[in-house]
Unconditional design. Sequence first.
Length: 292
Amino acid sequence: MPEQDLKQVESFDNRVIWITGASSGIGEALAGSFAKRGARLVLSARREPELRRVQADCVSEGADADRFLVLPLDVVDQDAMPAAVAAVLARFSRIDMLINNAGISQRSFCIDTDMQVYRRLLEVDVLGQIALTKAVLPAMIEQGSGHLVVTSSLAGKLGVPQRTGYCAAKHAVMGFFDALRTEVAHLGITVSTVVPGFIRTNVARNALTGSGKPKAAAEADIDEGMDARRCAEVIVMALARGQEEIPVGEGKEMSLLDLKREDPTRLFRTMEQLAGQVIADHQGDGTGVGKT
């Protein structure tokens, strides 16, 4: 690793980094990456036992238990955010980085999707991220520095079948944080958007169906995707460099970002073909569009 990159990674020593969605997947892997680099970590998600497990795993790999604050938080509960921010400041006196990583995905055709599912996706994936960012922003302004991060997705750049709500949510956070970047740069605050492709997590299993129930089934693209720990290492190094948009993945899906820029019409036809394959698969198993 070049000497410059080593110095950048060392800069996380004693930095206070708050990660939402830290109980699994990319959030859990980020916790491990930052912990081994000496960061002080705030771990948030709804499931406290899983957060405790993540902390214990980090400690077992050499991290200091005193550098953690386990702070259960549901990002939909906006009323709980002022007290959560106060708890972090009481413990660590500052917040150097907020990683808005909590989120949920979707697997259903629009015609089959209840409006409550769309509301849930927007509450968790968009409004929750905005609300916590707004709650943290005054502390960063007062200290004259900070780094705001959001985990978006390729679905924040592309239109993907069976993900109308998820694409809407991830496009929304990309737009919000890109716009926020313009407003806070003069305050010494930076903004980064993370754009993962297929990462080996439980995102597909936890995705909402049209009725709002979890899909509870694996997907080959996800299960064969990039290892979450490798993903976290890429993200951490990019954040160390101050990279503002961070694509991360190692499969052919990442080429779709270039295709969107270079030939959007071709991308639209490609996605339509993918939708046709999905529809055919559903018809084959008796659960076609409008029948779920």
